[in-house]
Design a protein around this ligand. Structure first.
Ligand SMILES: [Zn+2]
Length: 229
C-alpha cells in the first residue's frame, strides 16, 4: 500500500490515500470517500470501508461495475455519479446514486462537493473526453478545498481554479496531457500541494515535477501509483 498523507482541513485531519492510477481515498473521523474504484475490492483491503463513492466518468480505468457491486455488498454505500456513469449503474446501485452534472453541487458527509468540467482541448484529442462527459470534483472540507481534476487537459475552468489546497492532476497521452502541459496548468491555478496521477505508461509524473522545480508555493508530491501492480 502506498504511504498515505495527512491533510489538515477545516473538518480536521483528512487521510489522503493513493490507491492506484486514478483511484484514491479521503478519510476523516468516521467518514470515507473513494474516487473511481476499479479492479476489485482487494485494492482497498485494510482501508476504511467507503461511505461514498464518487465517479468521474465511464471509461474502464474509472468505472467498474463489479467493484461497485462488491463495495455495496459490504454495507451502506452512497454514490455520486456523472451523467454517463449514472446511466450505466445497475438498478440496485442507481437507487442510491445522486446524478451530478458539470456545474452542479451536492453536500454529503458535511462536505460540499462541486462537479466541475473536465475535457480535452487539443483538436486531435477531443473525442476522448468531450465536454460534459467527465466530472472533475472540488470537495470543500470546511474551507479546505481538494480538487480531483480527473481526465482533462488545461481548460479555462482548471486554470481559473482558486484557493485549492490539494490537487490531483492527470497525465498520459493521448487521453489527457503531457507532464509539461499539466505543469503549465498547475502554474496558473497554483494549488498548495499537487499529486500527479493517472500517468500510466511511464514516469511522466517525474517530467511534471521537473517542469515545476523551483516554483514557490507549489509542493509536488510524487507517489508510485502503480506500486506492486
Ligand atoms: Zn477517461
Amino acid at each position: 500500500m502506498i504511504t498515505p498523507d495527512i491533510i489538515a482541513t477545516g473538518l480536521g485531519d483528512v487521510v489522503l490515500q493513493p490507491v492506484h492510477h486514478a483511484t484514491f481515498m479521503l478519510s476523516w473521523g468516521e467518514n470515507s470517500i473513494v474516487f473511481d474504484p476499479v479492479g476489485g475490492t482487494a485494492r482497498l483491503a485494510g482501508l476504511p470501508r467507503p461511505d461514498l463513492v464518487i465517479l468521474t466518468h465511464e471509461h474502464p480505468d474509472h468505472y467498474d461495475e463489479a467493484t461497485l457491486l462488491a463495495l455495496a455488498e459490504q454495507g451502506p454505500l452512497d454514490i455520486i455519479a456523472s451523467p454517463g456513469t449514472h446511466a450505466l449503474l445497475p438498478d440496485a446501485l442507481k437507487t442510491r446514486a445522486t446524478r451530478l452534472a458539470n456545474g452542479e453541487t451536492v453536500e454529503k458527509l458535511g462536505v460540499v462537493i462541486d462537479a466541475v468540467p473536465a475535457y480535452n482541448t487539443t483538436p486531435e484529442r477531443l473525442q476522448f473526453h468531450p465536454r460534459g462527459l467527465v466530472n472533475g470534483y472540488v470537495l470543500d472540507f470546511g474551507g479546505t478545498r481538494i480538487y480531483n481534476a480527473s481526465d482533462t487537459e488545461v481548460t479555462p475552468e482548471l486554470a481559473g481554479m482558486t484557493d485549492i489546497a490539494v490537487a490531483l492532476v492527470p497525465m498520459n497521452l493521448p487521453y489527457t496531457m503531457t507532464g509539461p502541459q499539466a505543469a503549465e496548468g498547475v502554474r496558473q491555478f497554483r494549488p498548495r500541494i499537487v499529486y500527479p496521477f493517472h500517468y500510466l505508461g511511464g514516469r511522466e509524473d517525474e517530467v511534471f515535477a521537473k517542469a515545476l522545480e523551483g516554483e514557490a508555493g507549489i509542493e509536488v508530491r510524487l507517489r508510485d501509483w502503480y506500486e506492486g501492480q
